[in-house]
Each structure stands twice: as C-alpha cells, then as structure tokens.
Design a protein around this ligand. Sequence first.
Ligand code: MBD
Ligand code: FE
Length: 260
Amino acid sequence: MQKQAVKKNERVEEVFQLFIKHIQEFLNEAKLNHEEYTNFVKWADRLGRAGELPLFADVFFETHVLRSMYTDKPGTQPSLLGPFFIEGSPLLEKQQGQPFVLTQRPDEPGETFYFSGKLSNTEGKPLANAHVEMWHNDQSAKYSGFDSDAPRYNLRGHFYTDENGDFEVKTIVPLPYPIPTDGPTGEFLEYLDQHPMRPAHLHLKFEAEGHETLITQVFFEGDEWLETDVADGVRGDLMTKLVDKGDYKEASLNFVMRPE
Ligand code: MBD
Ligand code: FE
C-alpha cells in the first residue's frame, strides 16, 4: 500500500511553534539537567505503555484547556470529559410519569438516588428533546468498561429532555474517585505528595441543535475532596445538595447552554 501524502497543517505548525517557544522559556527557568530530561522520557514512555496517557492528560491538563476556553463565557461552566467516557451507551426507556433508570445490575449496590435537571439556554428558553449522556462510578468507586468488573455500560446511558427541558434519572449516589495509584500516574502523584482523590461526581454531556455541546460534571456540597480535587474539575456552577429522603437521596441542578 502506498503511504498517503499528508498535507501541511498550518494550525499544527502554529501551535507547535508556540509550544517550542514556551518550552524554551520553561527550560531556562526550570534549569532541567540532562539526567532529569532522560528520567522524564523514560517515565513518559512507561505512561504511554501503561495506557495512562489519557488519564494523566485529563487529570493535569484538561482543566487548563477548559479554563482558557470558557472562563468569561455565560452559561453553565464546562468541566472535564475525563478518560472514562465511552461511546455507544444504551438509550434509556421511560414510562410516562416515571424517571429514566440509568443502566444498572438488578442488585446494583449503592444508595438510591434521583437526580433531576432543567436544561435551558442563555436566553432563558427551555431546551426540549436535547440529547443527554450520563455516566458515573459505582460502589467499588470504579467505572464500568475500565477498572470496575461491572458490565461495560453499567451506570451509563443517554436520554432526551422532555418538552419543558426537564429530566429525572434514577441511579445510585456516586462515590469519591481515587485515580489509579499503581502506575506511572500514581508514581508522579507520590513525587508531588498529592492524594489521588476526586470528589464524587456525575458526568453529563448535553447536545442540542444550534447550541455548543456542554460537557460538564455535578458535585455535592460537603464532599471532603472538593477543595483539593486532584483533577481540578470543581466549578461553582456545578454544586448541588444531596437531600436525604430516608429511603433515597435526591438532588437537582439547572444547566444552561450557549447558542452557537
Ligand atoms: C475521573 O473520574 C475523571 O472524571 C477525571 C476528569 C479524571 C480522572 C478520573
Ligand atoms: Fe469521573
């Protein structure tokens, strides 16, 4: 087979030149020696071989991408997509007047949790029939399809907002998440003396015609890891309160999308 000719990409060139410029400034300031450089290359090689590059990048870089893109914009603040989203989640069915039920095992361990949301845009218009993806971790604190032994799409699903932009999902309360500590990312955390925890969170992704896709997370007041989230994903707009209803917990949040 013939190798396909790849065209010059001006954006790649522009970004790479900027990157090199800042790498030079960084190296001058950090006074990196050659042994440190070699240690870094070996560590980065281990990171890639362990399949942890997405984890490391999402924990240490993604927050900065989001902050530089969105800090001054109206609408709900985005948060990290993270390394644990998978395409192809089940479409959740719904009986009239009942909440959606996030895909789960018949005996799914955890506290029953009803999460409701309202989706509108920055002009205050409710967004009906918008596509919503939701995923979160289980009572082993792990994500299906990755470190949990649950089925691939457990605690993952998608659904559509109703005619008023509202939705309600029955699931279980997510747990604070320790990122894996047994690989090169964990090794790095030890060098920093940084704990591996993320506060408990829901992941949500909203798509509505004519609007910017909103990828975000929801956090819970009182969680002990909010201030020191290893991935720095917490934003003021994304806090909700878990209300104890005896047999179950409930929480809600409004989400606001930006017209394109
Ligand atoms: C997570 O669960 C997560 O959401 C992010 C952003 C990084 C690591 C683990
Ligand atoms: Fe997560």
